[in-house]
Design a protein around this ligand. Structure first.
Ligand code: ATP
Length: 318
């Protein structure tokens, strides 16, 4: 065999292995993050599993989020992007659930280049810059969905967001097939706010006072009251935006206020995540340090599970 033809054969094999490698998307995407083009059945299963395991005291949230996201990911012919609006008291798991949703779709979760998070007071702090923010936000969304149709956008503190800014994202949430040549129908938008938290607490408290269990609360018990209260709340940017009256929000998802037992569950998770054995005495002491409302019954933690990790620092020497 001529040395030159052996060389060519080796070069050819190497080249075809390389082309095979590059054109084999699953292998390629194993090493480098890729936009999700096709439905991956593992995404919905991972979402269900993680919510079941990690999210405490939110039976309505788990049910609705899994149904909504699974249905949307399975739908190859969605007519609009998915828009979820998460409502509830502080520290009840809204950001936590958004993170779990992000992680179920993209391995790198919130760090993924296809997941974009905005915090109203951080990214859009000045009312006088609203026009600039509008332009920036629209071109950011357009640019990112052009690169990856299955992009995820999370907007925190929606109740502090300027109504004009909310209106500027409205076209992306609508039923258009294409906007300037871009389709937004595979994108997912998650909006977080405390708007409606009082209403949700009222319903939960009613159940408690009537001796009914928290798990008896159905979505319908809360949902109508919630959309009306959020819509009529003059303090939240949501009320005068057209997102709600044009029915662009697909699901209103209520987060119930967390009870003493849920706070304890959060403390245990935090202790374990730091590699310590759970000491029930410390768990109770931390849960006891939190404050609870209403003043007479003291059922719900007024910070939810927030600040639990900070309190833990006091008990463990790092
Ligand atoms: N229902 C829950 N189940 C398990 N852990 C929770 C739950 N709620 C909150 N936590 C824990 O508390 C932390 C803080 O909660 P999170 O940031 O999700 O609250 P939030 O509802 O977004 O509050 P805010 O309205 O103040 O932004 C989470 O990172 C998580 O560790």
């Amino acid at each position: 065999v001529e040395p030159i033809s052996v060389g060519l054969a080796i070069a050819g094999a190497a080249a075809s292995a390389l082309t095979g490698f590059i054109s084999y998307p699953r292998l390629y995407c194993y090493f480098r993050e890729c936009c999700l083009h096709r439905h991956d059945p593992r995404a919905a299963a991972a979402l269900q599993q993680n919510l079941d395991k990690k999210l405490f005291g939110q039976h309505l949230v788990s049910k609705v989020v899994v149904k909504a996201v699974r249905g949307f990911l399975n739908n190859t012919n969605a007519k609009k992007p998915l828009a979820l609006s998460l409502h509830g008291w502080t520290g009840t798991g809204k950001n936590f659930v958004s993170k779990i949703v992000a992680e179920s779709i993209y391995k790198r979760g919130l760090q993924s280049k296809y997941v974009h998070q905005f915090v109203a007071t951080l990214h859009f702090p000045h009312a006088h810059s609203i026009n600039l923010y509008k332009d920036q936000l629209q071109s950011w969304i357009r640019g990112n969905v052009s690169v990856c149709p299955r992009s995820l956008f999370i907007f925190d503190e929606m109740d502090k967001m300027h109504a004009g800014l909310i209106d500027s994202i409205k076209p992306f949430l609508d039923y258009y097939e294409l906007l300037d040549g871009v389709s937004y129908r595979q994108a997912i938008f998650i909006f977080l706010s405390n708007a409606g938290a009082e209403k949700i607490t009222e319903v939960a408290l009613d159940f408690w006072r009537n001796g009914r269990t928290r798990e008896d609360i159905q979505l319908t018990d809360i949902q109508n009251a919630l959309s009306v209260s959020v819509f009529n709340n003059k303090n939240s940017g949501f009320w005068h935006s057209t997102l709600i009256d044009r029915n662009l929000i697909d699901y209103f998802i209520p987060f119930l206020p967390l009870e003493y037992k849920h706070v304890k569950m959060c403390v245990r998770v935090e202790i374990e995540s730091r590699g310590y054995a759970v000491d029930e005495d410390i768990v109770s002491r931390i849960a006891d340090e939190m404050t609870y409302f209403p003043r007479e019954e003291r059922i719900y933690s007024d910070k939810g599970c927030k600040t639990v990790d900070a309190k833990l620092d006091y008990y463990y020497d790092f």
